[in-house]
Design a protein around this ligand. Structure first.
Ligand code: PLP
Length: 432
């Protein structure tokens, strides 16, 4: 009989680590080293040939980062993970691990702005075409797919609409074609495990809820270990054809004895080796500290955000409140199906007074921080019309589906009465 799986609260504290074998240290040590002494030349050869697991150089692996990787993989129900310097590095590498110049990827249009830029401009300039599909229409992913499509990509709970992506539906379409679904789960850790719904890979900006403290930038890619890369054959040449950068190895064959980790091992040993966007051991340690309390924090973020959403909905100067708890119909059905234990800590609202009201609201905040971040333990706010354009033009409004009076909140863990008091006085200052 296999042992009972541990709960997230327990995994967040224990997965990947049990007291240092030499020092007895209970806390995960920060292994602030660049390199690792090889026992002898035979040991060095075995490590470089991937015949033996072990540390070579911190650009590619590090024992502190390894604990973070194991812990997040365990929380996601994956088989292995790769820690990276940022969420951006994770999104880029998750795709570059499958797609080369001439290939394409189909992505949901509902994306974080930084990812949108990466996809619409930088990857395109490198020859990887990102085709955009409608998250409300899973079949649009199928229609955009051709022989050179290597992956699908979407966010679980994307800003600003905060409508949960139809993960199972799009993952099923992808599986029929040998195309994996990669999900950015940054906004919904613990609330949703995309791998349970058929996604193949999960990416994170660990900068947000995983860390929670707002001290450290980091990212992760988690391999679900269930996608059949070998059966995908020519659809996935990066994993099924000889890799000249690794002695002609075919990843799906070479890695088989180590388990279903061909995707994530290639990302580490080829892309991280060559592109070098490694996370520092110190940041990995910091994010690990955050992960330990994630199961306590997420429910409170959700609870506070739902309370703020209900309070804002009753405010006359607020014309629209965007939070899954306020949704109905198909969007609400998806939120209820995919999010467990709460609807997330992100929230948007629109002010009748437009751009000027948005500015006055932000300038009136005393407790909320005005920052370009989300997922901090502190409450955060931003008025995109003030930061992305002097005024949202008609096209940008259409693209995001929100008005110039739109404000985004990342609701923190302060007492709900203090959060609402700050919103109340700032709304009054904005004439709402
Ligand atoms: N994905 C989402 C959903 C994000 O919100 C962000 C950052 O805001 C990123 C990815 C990029 O992460 P990072 O800032 O850690 O590079």
């Amino acid at each position: 009989m296999s042992p009972k799986p541990l709960h997230p609260e327990t995994l967040a504290l224990h997965a990947g680590w049990r007291a240092d074998p030499t020092t007895g240290s209970v806390a995960v040590p920060i292994h602030q080293t660049t390199s690792y002494q090889f026992r002898d030349t035979a040991h060095a050869s075995a490590l470089f040939a991937l015949q033996e697991a072990g540390n070579i150089y911190t650009r590619i692996m590090n024992p502190t980062t390894d604990v973070l990787e194991q812990r997040v993989a365990a929380l996601e129900g994956g088989v292995a993970a790769l820690g990276l310097a940022s969420g951006q590095a994770a999104s880029a590498m998750a795709l570059q691990n499958l797609a080369s110049a001439g290939d394409n990827v189909v992505s949901s249009t509902a994306l974080y702005g930084g990812t949108w830029n990466l996809f619409a401009n930088t990857l395109r300039n490198q020859g990887i075409e990102v085709r955009f599909a409608d998250p409300d229409d899973p079949e649009s992913f199928q229609r955009a797919t051709d022989a050179r499509t290597r992956a699908y990509y979407a966010e679980t709970l994307p800003n600003p609409r905060l409508e949960v992506f139809p993960i199972a539906e799009v993952a099923a379409i992808g599986r029929r074609h040998g195309v994996p679904l990669i999900m950015d789960n940054t906004a919904a850790p613990l609330l949703c495990r995309p791998l349970d719904h058929g996604a193949a890979i999960v990416v994170y900006s660990a900068t947000k809820y995983l860390g929670g403290h707002g001290t450290s930038i980091g990212g992760l890619i988690v391999d679900g270990g269930k996608f059949d890369w070998e059966a995908a054959g020519e659809r996935q040449p990066a994993l099924n054809s000889p890799d000249p950068s690794y002695h002609g190895a075919v990843w799906t064959e070479a890695v088989k004895p180590m388990g279903p980790i061909a995707y994530i091992l290639r990302a580490r040993t080829v892309l991280l080796r060559d592109l070098g966007s490694a996370i520092s051991p110190f940041n990995a340690f910091q994010i690990l500290q955050g992960v330990e309390t994630l199961p306590l924090r997420m429910p409170r973020h959700c609870q506070n955000a739902a309370a703020v959403a209900a309070w804002l909905a009753a405010r006359p100067g607020v014309t629209r409140v965007i939070h899954p708890s306020q949704q109905s119909g198909e969007a609400r059905a998806r939120a209820d199906r995919y999010l467990a234990g709460g609807h997330g800590g992100l929230l948007g609202f629109e002010l009748a007074g437009g751009v000027e009201a948005g500015r006055r609201f932000i300038d009136g905040l005393k407790l909320f921080y005005h920052v370009a971040n989300i997922g901090d333990v502190r409450s955060l706010a931003i008025h995109p019309a003030s930061t992305t354009h002097s005024q949202l033009d008609a096209e940008a409004q259409l693209a995001t589906g929100v008005s110039p009076g739109y404000v985004r909140l990342s609701v923190g863990l302060e007492h709900i009465d203090d959060i609402i008091a700050d919103l109340d006085q700032a709304l009054s200052a904005a004439g709402a």
